[in-house]
Design a protein around this ligand. Structure first.
Ligand SMILES: N[C@@H](CCC(=O)N[C@@H](CS)C(=O)NCC(=O)O)C(=O)O
Length: 246
């Protein structure tokens, strides 16, 4: 059996989801770090059906998408399970996981919007990765990658402003799942692994961390992904943060 190979983008939330789940299963894997945008060509060349990370080669199969990877991992190695056996509890975990898959888009948009305005912090997000070129060079030449990624992710002023306005309700929702025991239990499940990297990425923003870190969702992020890379100095217009301040 060949070693599993996981294609990721540094500081990508769902890439971290896949890494955490492989670690949880104790499945060794080789991590391949890709530059955003260029990742699409690499994944096509590797004959994956889509162009996003995480993308996993496991036992000769190609599995793409954090939710698909969760299911494949439970299929090939049932223990420790990523989903509860009880159907009702499983449905709740699946609901939180599916919501988290959509929620990913907010921290993703925030990141590209912010890097478009302040590129040097890009190096901190790539900490610990091996992109095949020196980090300084990647940042220096990264303008087109950032612009294209901002465009692909819809990181417009309008979207980012409205994503920030609805963020308090999102955080309430995750806190409620923690309170209900859907996530945050002693045995992390697929929803924990889906949500925590998004929270980790949100907490890399100096603008956002103070409103998240002491909440139950912030505690969840810190416990599951204590080492999420990156640090973005204040970047959002103050009036975009009024909802969080309230
Ligand atoms: N919902 C998908 C999201 C995958 C996704 O959009 N991944 C981003 C990185 S976080 C990507 O591959 N972007 C391509 C690019 O930046 O060129 C999942 O959970 O797997």
């Amino acid at each position: 059996m060949s070693e599993a190979k996981l294609y990721v983008i540094p500081a990508s939330g769902p890439s971290r989801t896949a890494m955490l789940m492989l670690d949880r299963k104790g499945i060794p894997f080789k991590r391949v770090d890709l530059m955003p945008v260029i990742s699409k060509g690499v994944l096509r060349a590797q004959r994956f059906p889509g162009v996003t990370v995480p993308a996993l080669k496991l036992n000769g199969n190609r599995v793409q998408g954090s939710r698909e990877i969760a299911r494949e991992l439970d299929r090939v190695q049932p223990e420790p399970a990523l989903f509860p056996a009880d159907p009702e509890r499983r449905a709740k975990v699946e609901e939180a996981e599916a919501w988290g898959d959509i929620f990913q888009q907010k921290p993703r948009r925030f990141s590209w919007w912010a890097l478009k305005r302040n590129r040097p912090p890009m190096a901190s997000y790539a900490e610990g990765s091996r992109l095949g070129i020196p980090l300084g060079l990647a940042v220096k030449t990264g303008g087109p990658v950032v612009s294209l990624s901002a465009r692909f992710s819809g990181a417009t002023d309008e979207n980012v402003r409205s994503d920030l306005a609805s963020l308090p309700a999102d955080l309430d929702r995750i806190d409620a799942w923690v309170a209900d025991g859907v996530v945050g239990g002693s045995e992390p499940n697929a929803a924990d692994f889906q949500l925590a990297p998004s929270i980790g990425l949100l907490m890399t923003f100096d603008d956002l961390r103070p409103f998240i870190e002491s909440r139950p969702c912030g505690e969840l992020g810190k416990r599951i992904v204590p080492d999420f890379p990156g640090r973005m100095p204040p970047v959002f217009p103050a009036e975009w943060l009024t909802g969080l301040r309230a």
